[in-house]
Ligand binder design. Structure first.
Ligand code: IMP
Length: 428
């Protein structure tokens, strides 16, 4: 059975650790959307690895990794990551494949991202400034440049024309309109020499491997509430981070996805702008941020922190068809006298138990909380559910009830070993 692992909140749920933990059950790990806006942190034997584009499965020798057509690739970011992995002794030879249909993040996409944010003023999204949105804009506008297009070496071929036209469009928008298209073309040609051995029709590759009995894990980036269609639009990223994105972002049929595992923190965080009903602005939020080390893996920005919101996780269960949850960072909640769980929203005179579609309505919502007793015994490193303090067990059980999904995994620390794996769900 294949498995899709994705974020059930606003990203940063700890997917990197969960993917890394489950990788030995699979032959291939395939990333389906986003770009180097993501930051997947994995600790292996005390060593920290931060991956942005390459699936975390790469840390396991013998596992093949795919960067699918739904991903936007900045070649320089990919090369920097490859160099870093090489420096840490991780070889990718013959086991990393990049889709020829993935779109390229061009040097000026980053500038356009920053410009668009400046124009939004107070309403800014708080993007990662990696050029993700503008690259997807070009894709949807049908003027993007795909990795496979870089193979065109002709001086006046389709690639040269596309680069010339796109740079001219950029120069009309950006104040210092003097970017030289031949320079951009030259940098793309140079990138191609390094990319070429990695590039292939990854949809065909996955089909052949799956037909031969290989199991695939589909890796999502960001989270459900950042999905371009189902997230808190417009405070979202520009791709489909939900389970459906795995099919379109890799060129596999929905029926081959298998099961879907949603990763959620035992509390909630968000980076950037947009509504966050359970956000804690005072000391309590600061405590979660410091204890959980809630700073962006890609940008270093402090994350906004708050209580677990069962409304959004229940929503994530619906739009992704979640089969199970992986609850991460339970240990961050150790030593709290009481915990609040958001069960619904109060909006004017209405009580909402389902996620509203309208971001203005969500912004006006107040969380309805249920208070639970905390625990003083440490949960860090616990590997058996029955050995968790009773109140921690009850917290997880209540969170499962409210979300409507069972927790197949509970993470109690950053290391691979700090994990409780429960139930048969992941074993068939
Ligand atoms: P973009 O993806 O850089 O366009 O940013 C859009 C929104 O998604 C911003 O709120 C970012 O903070 C957020 N975002 C993008 N990638 C991640 C991530 O990997 N984790 C958490 N938030 C992210």
């Amino acid at each position: 059975m294949n498995l899709c692992v994705l974020g059930a909140q606003w990203g940063d749920e700890g997917k990197g650790k969960i993917v890394d933990l489950l990788t030995p059950r699979f032959s291939i790990v395939a990333r389906y959307q986003g770009g180097h806006n993501a930051g997947h942190t994995v600790y292996v034997k005390g060593r920290k690895f931060v991956l942005h584009l390459i699936p975390s499965g790469i840390l396991h020798p013998g596992i093949c990794c795919v960067i699918g057509n739904g991903v936007v690739v900045d070649p320089s970011a990919l090369f920097a990551e490859l160099d870093e992995l090489a420096g840490m002794g991780v070889s990718i030879d013959g086991r990393l494949f990049v889709s020829d249909k993935a779109h390229v993040i061009l040097p000026y996409h980053r500038e356009l991202d920053i410009l668009a944010e400046a124009r939004r003023g107070e309403q800014k999204i708080g993007t990662t400034s990696r050029g993700i949105g503008p690259a997807y804009e070009d894709k949807i506008a049908r003027r993007g440049i795909r990795i496979g297009d870089l193979a065109d070496e002709s001086p006046d071929g389709a690639l040269a024309i596309a680069v010339r036209e796109n740079v001219a469009a950029r120069n009309r928008v950006v104040g210092n309109g003097d970017m030289k298209w031949p320079d951009v073309l030259a940098s793309l040609r140079q990138a191609w020499t390094r990319l070429k051995p990695l590039v292939r029709d990854t949809s065909l590759y996955l089909h052949r491997e799956m037909a031969g009995g290989k199991r695939v894990m589909f890796e999502g980036a960001q989270g459900t509430l950042l999905d371009i269609d189902h997230g808190t639009y417009p405070y979202v990223t520009s791709s489909n981070s939900t389970a459906g994105g795995a099919a379109t972002g890799l060129g596999v049929g929905p029926s081959s996805i298998g099961k879907v595992l949603g990763v959620a923190k035992a509390y909630t965080t968000r980076v950037g702008g947009g509504p966050f009903p359970t956000e804690l602005l005072g000391e309590a939020g600061e405590r979660l941020r410091e204890t959980g080390q809630e700073y962006g893996a890609s940008t270093g920005r402090p994350r906004r922190c708050g209580w677990f919101d069962a409304v959004i996780v229940r929503y994530a269960a619906r739009v992704n068809g979640l089969d199970a949850l992986a609850i991460t960072k339970l240990d961050v909640l150790d030593d709290l006298e009481t915990l609040e769980l958001c069960t619904a929203y109060r909006c004017g005179s209405e009580t909402l138990t389902e996620m509203p579609s309208d971001v203005a309505q969500l912004s006006a919502c107040q969380p309805v909380y249920e208070t639970m007793p905390g625990w003083t015994e440490p949960t860090r490193g616990v590997t058996d559910f029955a050995k968790l303090p009773t109140n921690a067990q009850n917290y997880i059980k209540r969170l499962e009830e409210l979300s409507g999904v069972k927790a197949a995994i509970v993470s109690t620390g950053s290391d691979r070993e700090h994990t409780i794996v429960r139930g048969e769900l992941l074993n068939n």
